[in-house]
Design a protein around this ligand. Structure first.
Ligand SMILES: NC(=O)c1ccc[n+]([C@@H]2O[C@H](COP(=O)([O-])OP(=O)(O)OC[C@H]3O[C@@H](n4cnc5c(N)ncnc54)[C@H](O)[C@@H]3O)[C@@H](O)[C@H]2O)c1
Length: 287
């Protein structure tokens, strides 16, 4: 997609981090914005930082794990702006501990926010985007964790592998239909945002997090350190993403170093070897 001007971008998780940076890029490209996140006050702060006229912005409180909320987001977006040209399924939460310490509620929360949100986003937006005469694009935020399997973040890894394969499947189906809707999957490594404090977004219906063992606490601390030490900023990621959308690139891998691990994994599969162990999250993997 090359023509952003006067188009409309819908961005979930837009009140913080990568989502807010995507919103800044969309605004700079002359787009109208639909910003979706959990809390109205956070959305208002985000919108204020963008300094756009009210006519160009719609704020929609949305819990992306709830199908009805995403259906309402789509209805409100099309009602306000008539069409949608860029859909960023970006909202997500991080969670770090041993697999054996993930409760069923932990799985429901992480898969609901990170994976089912993208399922709902595709279902409620893409059919209408396909009917538009103008090119449009879907960017699904996965992660390096969608291409690798680092220890200490099982539900997160599963959710992001899910987003990668969902995006690849969507790409194949739209290509077979010669659709004007393009698709990209964004797979960053560590980026300094609020992702290591995701527990504050955990809805009461999932209950409190369970007790954490010393070993899981080490994984969680390493993840927090790696996030904070990330060398590419959220603004860098957003700039790279818009350039990739403009070029029609599907895989967006801003931290090129992770491709060594991806190649290793593919070679392990092709050569019939057992998985090469990956180091747990570390600040030096933030390249
Ligand atoms: N920061 C990283 O190191 C990193 C790396 C790879 C991928 N990602 C992905 O980037 C995306 C954005 O995360 P970020 O790093 O900007 O983190 P962030 O915590 O700064 O922002 C995430 C936003 O999502 C919102 N959110 C959480 N649950 C929600 C829900 N149920 N409904 C609607 N909104 C919800 C939060 O309120 C927050 O504003 C996520 O999908 C994350 O998995 C982040």
């Amino acid at each position: 997609m090359q023509d952003f001007d006067n188009g409309t971008a819908v961005i979930t998780g837009a009140a913080s981090g990568i989502g807010l940076a995507l919103a800044k890029q969309a605004a700079a490209h002359g787009m109208n914005l639909v910003l979706a996140d959990l809390h109205a006050d956070h959305l208002q702060q985000a919108a204020a930082s963008l300094n756009l006229p009210d006519t160009r912005v719609l704020l929609q409180v949305t819990d992306v794990s709830r199908e009805g909320d995403v259906a309402s987001l789509a209805a409100a977006s099309f009602a306000r702006f008539g069409s949608v040209h860029l859909l960023c399924n970006n909202a997500g939460v991080g969670y770090s501990r041993l697999i054996t310490e993930h409760s069923a509620a932990d799985w429901d929360w992480v898969l609901g926010v990170n994976l089912m949100s993208v399922v709902h986003g595709i279902r409620y937006f893409v059919p209408r985007m396909q009917q538009q005469a103008r090119d449009s694009h879907v960017v699904n935020t996965a992660s390096a964790a969608g291409l690798l399997s680092s220890p200490g973040m099982a539900a997160y890894n599963v959710s992001k592998h899910g987003v990668v394969t969902l995006s690849e499947t969507l790409y194949a189906e739209l290509a077979a239909q010669q659709s004007r809707v393009g698709v990209s999957v964004l797979c960053p490594a560590w980026v300094p945002t609020g992702i290591h404090q995701s527990g504050r977004h955990r809805q009461p219906r999932y209950g409190a997090e369970g007790d954490i063992s010393p070993q899981s606490a080490v994984y969680a601390a390493r993840m927090a350190q790696a996030v904070q030490a990330g060398r590419l900023t959220a603004d860098d990621i957003a700039r790279i993403t818009f350039a990739a959308v403009e070029q029609g690139a599907f895989y967006i891998v801003p931290h090129r170093k992770i491709l060594q691990g991806v190649e290793q994994r593919c070679q392990d599969i092709v050569q019939g070897r057992n998985p090469t162990p990956l180091a747990p999250p570390a600040a030096d993997s933030a390249q």
